[in-house]
Design a protein around this ligand. Sequence first.
Ligand SMILES: Cc1ncc(COP(=O)(O)O)c(C=O)c1O
Length: 383
Amino acid sequence: MPMPGPGYDIDAWRRRVPLIQSCIPLNNCSQGPQTDLTRAAAERYLESWNRTGMDWDAWMEEVRLAKVAFASLIGAAPDEIAVFSSVSEATSAVASALDFTGRKRRVVVSEMEFPTTGHVWLAQERRGAQVSWVAMRDGMIEPSAYDVAIDNDTALVAACTGYYVNGFRQELGPIVARAHDAGALVFTDAYQALGAMPVNVKESGVDFLASGNLKYLMGVPGIAFLYVRPGLAETLQPSVTGWFGRTNPFAFDVKQLDWCAGASRFDCGTPPVMNAYIARAGMEIISSIGVDKIRAWHELLSQRLRDGGQARGLAQHGTKDISRKTANTAFVVRDSHAIEHEMRARGVLPSARGPVIRLAPHFYNTIDDVDTALDLLAELTRA
Ligand SMILES: Cc1ncc(COP(=O)(O)O)c(C=O)c1O
């Protein structure tokens, strides 16, 4: 029987990823590969810089278009998006806008957060915040675990959309419902989910969503976006701020701290212009293929990884339920960095993280790619 294929022209997309000629990239949970489209976008900026010396109008328009592209990926409006250079910075800006001096000072943080999120909330303890943790069991967290963790003293809940270690996907709906019931805000880090699965802030009801672009969004380091729920943004004044958070940054009024409308009040300094060019091109790849089609293909590849891993005696970390995972499948190994090193030397690019090797395919990967990676991983874990 012929192998099933994705609902798009995978061969055409493979031709746009030069790295495929020399190896099998399966490290999208860490860094997506370059495409001819993202490279061309970087060159467009370099060309503009070289040709014009400076073209701030065009560059700011590009940043605006990158916000538009990000907004459309998460079901938001462009004026609900701010731009930063990292998720850490975006999270710090959110934290700086919250007051922890009153009764509501608890910040409930899942153990699944990427360390940077934990660090930002822990740093708020100096400002009066009290961090409490939602524990992970077997690499998973059931939404009910939040029920007891959240109380009326909770100011904010930080629950990532996808776990960077094993791809576990948190069900945000019930977490948001519980948090809002207690009068708490919800912040989600969607870095491990965007580009790999449909995400909609209006459906989940989260108050903040942050993500960078270098994983399934096919971009580069040095740019991140923040969604702030409309209506909420206007009530907040982040002390991590800068001239781009003003009504008119180009008024150059050093004594006037006016707050612009919408999420843009969270904008800080000069935006990462070149990265915005690349980020937009990467996000347009995802939307032109269609995130639903990408997700369907990921599910098939994930089944192949789960079943193929089991057949080869590999120990999967976390849930085996594909519907509860992003595209990342993680296997427990003895020395993940040594194995990553050896796999790279033999033409497969995985991503080591703590006790696991992560195999995170994307839209351009084939069933043969994941079979080859599993064969190699099984051989190396036996050796
Ligand atoms: C879920 C998640 N959040 C955040 C980060 C890093 O964020 P930052 O942009 O602050 O480096 C990563 C990985 O790089 C991640 O996987």
